[in-house]
Design a binder for this molecule. Sequence first.
Ligand SMILES: O=C(O)CCC(=O)C(=O)O
Ligand SMILES: [Fe+2]
Length: 220
Amino acid sequence: MIVVGQVWLSPMEPAWKMVPEMCRKALADWDKAITGLVEELMSILCEGLGIKRDKLKEWSCLEGRLSISHYYPQCPQPELTVGLTAHTDPTVLTVLVQNEIGGLLQVKCGEQWVEVEPVPGAIVVNIGDLLQMMSNYIYRSVEHRVLANNVEGARVSVAHLFNPSNREKLFGPFPELISAEKPAVYHEFLHEDFMRRFLSKEIVGKSKIDFYRINNTKDE
Ligand SMILES: O=C(O)CCC(=O)C(=O)O
Ligand SMILES: [Fe+2]
């Protein structure tokens, strides 16, 4: 069994009473530091797309921030279960730090699952489904999973999820990335509608974003 604690940090005022007192300042400091880093990272990703550097920021993608902490205790029969099932994140970006218990977090590369070894001081950055759609399928969200913990000691990870905060805006591929040669791969959608579909759990894996895919676009 994994234990999960989560708290929204923005756009609403954080529910600090849900966070153990000794962690509050550290979490607030971490939120500030990581948001600064992700702002720079988003600018670089925009540059990579050939669009203006602050486009993701302008679309409120730094403002919907959720912190999720996971605790994976040692499991007596790891072959009978999983830590976290395979999924892509429904985010723009996810930034994750993990403790030294390795061998459990894996990402899908082609048909293979590849281990993400913990490196002291390193952070893991996942491209999420929203960035896949906003980049018109240029950046791809990464499928990942966590195996059940078969080693002594608990694995701990803290993920920072970056989502848009704007509820009225229609999201979809950036207009600058749509042309006759590269038509829109996805329809526009409201973030709220997207999250409702994600949370409904009716569909698993990548198929939840295929709902927004335009039928006549082919896979590469
Ligand atoms: O614990 C981990 O390393 C992964 C957590 C994760 O994938 C998530 O919160 O979406
Ligand atoms: Fe994830």
